[in-house]
Ligand binder design. Structure first.
Ligand code: ATP
Ligand code: MG
Length: 384
């Protein structure tokens, strides 16, 4: 796939800007705080409808305005599509495909695919479990856009069930009130919905990780050049033995039953995929706590390359690669490996393909000449 152009209106520090991408590699050069990452963020939003930097749209809209619009032309093997995303300071988003407003987000997702790799990604290894869940969710969404809907459904049930549990706790703290049987009945209804939605989330996460793992292991082996063994272990909060939808759901309900008293004391849901963990180990030691900086970087790079390959495999076309400030952090050897992948000279499966890549940097001088060769160089200054 190819991102042909991007048009930003009142987005972050951009008033109005059109960018035409004319090469496989585009290098965005500029001093700090000029708008390089903002531009990548706009592309990330079109690909995933999420930004890894913020959760609320109000921060994305240019100060002093109420509405942003991001538009892009994407060329795919099946034809050209026009994407439009309207973000508001207040109120809901609008998504457009070929200038028509869509009712469902799932029809927007999947037109553009992108893998983002930024210095923040070390959090993927070092950070809290939530960073790993968000990373995996974003990957699953790109592979199976319907997952965005499944996840939303789960989060909604979770919120409502938590509100009820909180109400039950408050009642118990006031001796004059007792928990009504209506509340308990309601809780049981939420249990069933939580188990149904939660098991859909969990099973999809497991499936995608199982596909990603061997590719990541191959890359890890390739980049580290050692015999270190990478393992990726999905540790779902609810475990199951047989991967049948109703078996997983049953396991969920059983665990809810076991934890009912604790949940009713704590006033929140402690069972479900919002408590899942994804563990990375290198030679059987957890990379999160014991990995050296270099090992953690190698791991993240292997994961990102595996994401690229997996998306390409599933979607049938190479996704975009967004590199935000990471090159300077990679040693020359890893830089070259990445360059070969981008240029299509290297792949774990030996297949020749390249990835359209947008790269940000403050110093173009820090790149070796191979990076700049054939690249389009765009200077970013104060939102222009
Ligand atoms: P660095 O090299 O430091 O990473 P950058 O070029 O990537 O810099 P960005 O993160 O893209 O910088 O842009 C940051 C600039 O955008 C800051 O000056 C910030 O104040 C501005 N900015 C962010 N959000 C908004 C907004 N909603 N309205 C106006 N300006 C904004
Ligand atoms: Mg930046």
């Amino acid at each position: 796939m190819y991102l042909k152009n991007l048009h930003l209106r009142s987005f972050r520090n951009y008033s109005e800007q059109q960018v035409d991408f004319t090469a496989q590699k585009t290098i965005l050069v500029g001093n700090n705080a000029q708008g390089k990452s903002n531009l990548l963020e706009a592309v990330e939003l079109l690909a995933t409808l999420k930004s890894h930097r913020v959760t609320r749209d109000r921060e994305l809209v240019l100060d002093g305005t109420n509405l942003s619009k991001i538009e892009a032309t994407v060329e795919r093997a099946y034809g050209t599509s026009e994407l439009g995303l309207i973000l508001r300071k207040q109120g809901r988003r609008t998504v457009e495909l070929n200038h028509e407003t869509l009712r469902r987000q799932v029809d927007f997702l999947g037109v553009l695919n992108a893998v983002q790799f930024s210095s923040l990604d070390l959090d993927l290894v070092r950070g809290a479990p939530e960073s790993r869940r968000n990373w995996l969710d974003s990957l699953v969404t790109q592979l199976e856009p319907i997952y965005a809907h499944i996840l939303q459904e789960y989060e909604q049930v979770l919120r409502q069930r938590n509100a009820l549990l909180k109400k039950i706790v408050q009642r118990e703290e006031q001796p004059s009130l007792t928990t009504s049987s209506a509340d308990l009945k309601q809780l049981q209804l939420w249990d069933e919905q939580l188990a149904a939605a939660g098991s859909r989330v969990t099973r999809r996460r497991a499936r995608v990780l199982a596909r990603l793992t061997p590719i990541a292991q191959q890359w890890h082996h390739c980049i580290s050049g050692t015999t270190e063994i990478l393992k990726i272990n999905y540790a779902p909060n609810v475990t199951w033995t047989e991967d049948e939808p109703d078996k997983v759901q049953q396991a969920f309900l059983t665990k809810l039953e076991q934890r009912r008293i604790v949940e009713q004391n704590q006033g929140k849901t402690i069972v479900g995929p919002h408590r899942d963990e994804i563990e990375f180990t290198i030679n059987q030691t957890p990379a999160r706590y014991y990995g050296s900086q270099g090992q953690q970087r190698t791991l993240v790079l292997a994961l990102k390359l595996a994401e690229l390959k997996l998306i390409e495999e599933v979607v049938g076309e190479p996704p975009l690669l967004l590199l935000d400030d990471v090159l300077a952090e990679l040693d020359p050897n890893r830089q070259n490996q990445l360059l070969e992948v981008i240029g299509g000279q290297r792949g774990v499966d030996g297949k020749i393909n390249g990835f359209q890549t947008l790269i940000t940097t403050t110093h173009i001088g820090s790149f070796n000449h191979q990076w700049i060769e054939d690249a389009q160089i765009v200077t970013v200054e104060a939102g222009k």
